[in-house]
Design a protein around this ligand. Structure first.
Ligand code: FES
Length: 280
C-alpha cells in the first residue's frame, strides 16, 4: 500500500521517534524484560492485544442488537482497561526496532491511541446514559483500531518486527548429520562460530557437552558470535551486540530481552572425535 510505504520512508518521523525511544530505554531492565515476555517465552504484546480487540469487536456486535447496552458498556470498559498493558508492552518492543520499523510502529500507535480515546469517550457517554453517542464513538474507535491492526500486521509480517528471526536459519539446516570438524578445534568455555553451508552457528563446549545454537540472534539477526560473554546467575551467557538480548550458552534460554524466545539449538553428537550436528 502506497501510504504504508510512505510511512516506512518518512524520515521526518525520526526525531520524535528517537526521543520516545530514549525515554522508553530508561525503564528498568526487569520491567522491560517482563513487558517483552521473556518470562513467557513469547512476545507479550501480541498475546495481550486480544483483550481490547476481542472486547471492542464484541461490543460493536452487541451495539447492533437491541437491549444490550449494559453488556456493551462492560465490554467497552474491558477493552479500555486491557489497552493499557497492551500499549506498555507494545512501546517496549517498539523501542528495540530499527528506524523504518519504528516509523510504522508510530503510525500503528497513533491509530491505537485514537481508538483508546474514542472508546474512552464512548464509555463516558454510555455511563451517562447517552448510548447513541456511545455507539457512534465506539464504531469510530473500531475503525481506528482496524487501521492500527492493519499497521501492526504490516510491521510483523512485512517488516519482520518481533518475529523469531533465527527460525529461517534453522529451517535451512539439513536433517542429516553435518560434520563440524574435530572436537579438538573447540576450546572449553569459549564460543566459536562455524558454518553449515551459509548458516552460521555458535558452538559452545563445556567439558564433554556441546551446545550448538543459531548464531544470528532471534530478535533482529545480530551476530551472537561477536557478543560479549557474561555470567548471569552463575551461568555463562552470550549478549547480542545489537540490542543486548542475553542467551544462556548451555541451552539457548533467553534471560534478557528484547528477544522473548529462546535461541534455537541444533542436535549435537561426537562421533570418532568429530562434532556432528543436525536440525532436531
Ligand atoms: S538483534 Fe536485537 S538483541 Fe540481538
Amino acid at each position: 500500500m502506497v501510504l504504508v510505504d510512505a510511512i516506512e520512508q518518512a524520515e521526518r518521523l525520526d526525531p520524535v521517534s528517537d526521543r520516545i525511544q530514549r525515554t522508553v530505554d530508561r525503564a528498568p531492565r526487569r520491567l522491560r524484560d517482563f513487558l517483552h515476555g521473556v518470562w513467557l517465552g513469547h512476545p507479550l504484546h501480541p498475546a495481550l492485544m486480544h483483550a481490547p480487540i476481542g472486547a471492542w469487536i464484541s461490543a460493536s456486535i452487541l451495539d447492533l442488537m437491541p437491549g444490550q447496552e449494559k453488556a456493551a458498556t462492560t465490554l467497552v470498559a474491558t477493552g479500555v482497561a486491557g489497552a493499557v498493558p497492551t500499549a506498555a508492552a507494545g512501546w517496549n518492543d517498539w523501542a528495540a526496532l530499527d528506524s523504518e520499523q519504528r516509523r510504522t510502529g508510530l503510525a500503528h500507535a497513533a491509530c491505537n491511541v485514537a481508538a483508546v480515546a474514542l472508546y474512552g469517550g464512548s464509555l463516558v457517554a454510555r455511563l451517562k446514559g447517552r448510548h447513541a453517542r456511545g455507539r457512534l464513538l465506539g464504531f469510530l474507535g473500531l475503525g481506528a483500531m482496524g487501521a492500527g491492526a492493519y499497521l501492526g500486521g504490516h510491521l510483523a509480517y512485512k517488516q519482520g518486527a518481533n518475529v523469531n528471526q533465527a527460525v529461517a536459519d534453522l529451517m535451512r539446516v539439513p536433517e542429516e548429520w553435518q560434520d563440524l570438524g574435530p572436537r579438538s578445534e573447540y576450546p572449553n568455555g569459549t564460543p566459536v562460530v562455524r558454518r553449515i553451508g551459509d548458516v552460521p552457528v555458535l558452538v559452545y563446549r563445556r567439558g564433554e557437552d556441546y551446545t550448538v545454537m543459531m548464531e544470528r540472534c532471534g530478535h533482529q539477526t545480530g551476530p551472537l558470535g561477536a557478543g560479549e560473554q557474561v555470567e548471569v546467575d552463575g551461568e555463562p551467557c552470550v549478549v547480542c551486540p545489537w540490542h543486548g538480548s542475553t542467551f544462556r550458552l548451555a541451552d539457548g534460554r533467553v534471560v534478557h530481552g528484547p528477544a522473548a524466545t529462546n535461541q534455537p539449538l541444533l542436535e549435537a553428537r561426537v562421533v570418532r572425535d568429530r562434532l556432528e550436528v543436525r536440525k532436531p
